[in-house]
Write a protein that binds this ligand. Structure first.
Ligand code: TRH
Length: 397
């Protein structure tokens, strides 16, 4: 009987940080919690370096946090790096993350192993979606057209019979320790360079803002300025920070340390943190704006009200996905709170609806309660890394 202890994970960065963000989190979890060997192939080490400064963007081969990282440029380089490796050949599982095609030399090696009766388990790890069809397609197989190989589709999701979402086993304990520690909060504010802002405004609502460029941001900034409760907006360097700088008439100033105050709103641009430092920001804020896939999931584990800027797709396909999530999340809320959440999320994502910050804030106490029941239901699905391991072990039994 074969066992599963090693993984080749291929990641193509389409844009931004979500593709590598998910792969990096998964790779570390397989190493740290399962004791497995992981070789992570990445075609864009610059994006990787942004979420993990320990990565050397020039290196073909390196090891960070116990994960073997390989630069993936072309097929020839993959073949060379495989041959040069201390463990030449493939690992037990080969994953094309976000449905990226694995390189030809890898397919050839997989076919050779198949002829020996020991083909690696081959998976497409798909994008996260709350849509109903995901459970029907999860774990489906597809035979290769030429080679004696079978690929499985592994879908993350929010429903039974999906792969679930990533969650480190120590995450809840880490969050609780942070929440109980004034020193940990202090260290966070210091790291972000906002100690003074936070301490001078103890009654302000703290908001973290991670978003794509967003036409609704101008209206939100106006509402924050006029908000009865002061708002501190902490915005990591990036698209939303640039947009706020433009709105403040200070285009070009969207660098760490920039500050603006208007009415009851204070904005601070904070550093784009290494990935493991992003969670504490979500834990320490009262309301979190998140985007894409990985930060969206982290906000759910932070147990705070959150607003999702979904990755925009052509023909507004993303709005279907947005509503699929809302359809799972909001039935547990009262009609009024569900309406506040749905219309805010719709307006934030460009669907016809009114953006009403005060209405959203009024619902926040119940949204915090909902965040807890949602966490409980998500945890019943198991975490994605453990589900992947169990799935792969089943394939080789
Ligand atoms: O960056 P994203 O928008 O990523 C993506 C990509 O656009 C991708 O192509 C698309 O397919 C996918 O979304 C759905 O958003 P996401 O997924 O939240 O990834 C951001 C990562 O950056 C996440 O791992 C958290 C991390 N991060 C930090 O490490 N430090 C920070 O300061 C912030 C704000 C985020």
């Amino acid at each position: 009987m074969r066992t599963i202890t090693s993984w080749d994970l291929f990641c193509r960065v389409v844009d931004n940080y979500g593709d590598i963000g998910v792969c990096w989190r998964l790779a570390r979890q397989l190493v740290q919690e399962h004791g497995h060997t992981v070789r992570l192939w990445v075609d864009d080490l610059r994006s990787f370096e942004k979420i993990c400064p320990a990565v050397d963007a020039q290196a073909d081969a390196q090891r960070v946090s116990g994960v073997d990282i390989r630069q993936w440029t072309d097929d020839a380089q993959v073949a060379n790096l495989l041959a040069a490796d201390a463990h030449p050949g493939l690992h037990d599982v080969v994953i094309g993350a976000f449905a990226c095609a694995v390189p030809e030399p890898v397919l050839t090696l997989m076919a050779e192993r198949a002829s020996e009766g020991a083909a690696p388990v081959w998976l497409n790890l798909e994008y996260l979606s709350a849509e109903n069809w995901v459970a029907e397609h999860h774990a489906m197989q597809s035979p290769h057209l030429r080679l004696p190989l079978v690929k499985h589709f592994f879908f993350p999701g929010f429903a039974r019979n999906t792969g679930g979402v990533l969650r480190e086993s120590h995450l809840g304990a880490q969050r609780k320790t942070f929440e109980a520690s004034p020193a940990a909060h202090q260290a966070l504010w210091h790291r972000l360079g906002v100690d003074d802002l936070v301490h001078h405004n103890p009654d302000a609502l703290r908001v973290s803002l991670f978003a794509y460029a967003n036409p609704a941001l101008a209206a939100l900034v106006s509402q924050w300025e006029a908000s009865p409760q002061p708002v501190i907006c902490l915005v990591p360097e990036g698209l939303a920070a640039q947009q706020i700088a433009e709105l403040m008439g200070d285009a070009g100033a969207a660098k760490t340390g920039a500050r603006w105050t208007r009415g009851n709103l204070s904005v601070a641009v904070v550093p784009f943190a290494p990935q493991e430092h992003y969670d504490p920001l979500l834990w320490a804020c009262d309301i979190n704006f998140v985007r894409g896939e990985d930060s969206f999931v982290r906000a759910q584990w932070a147990l705070k009200p959150f607003v999702w800027h979904i990755y925009p797709q052509s023909d507004d396909v993303h709005l279907v996905k947005l509503d699929a999530f809302l359809a799972r999340y909001t039935p547990a809320l009262t009609d009024a709170d569900a309406k506040a959440l749905i219309s805010f999320w719709h307006a934030w994502n460009g669907a016809p609806a009114s953006l009403d910050w005060n209405e959203f804030v009024a619902a926040a106490p119940r949204l915090r309660v909902r965040a807890v029941t949602w966490e409980q239901s998500l945890m019943q699905l198991g975490d994605l890394a453990a589900n992947l391991v169990a799935f792969c072990e089943k394939q080789v039994k």
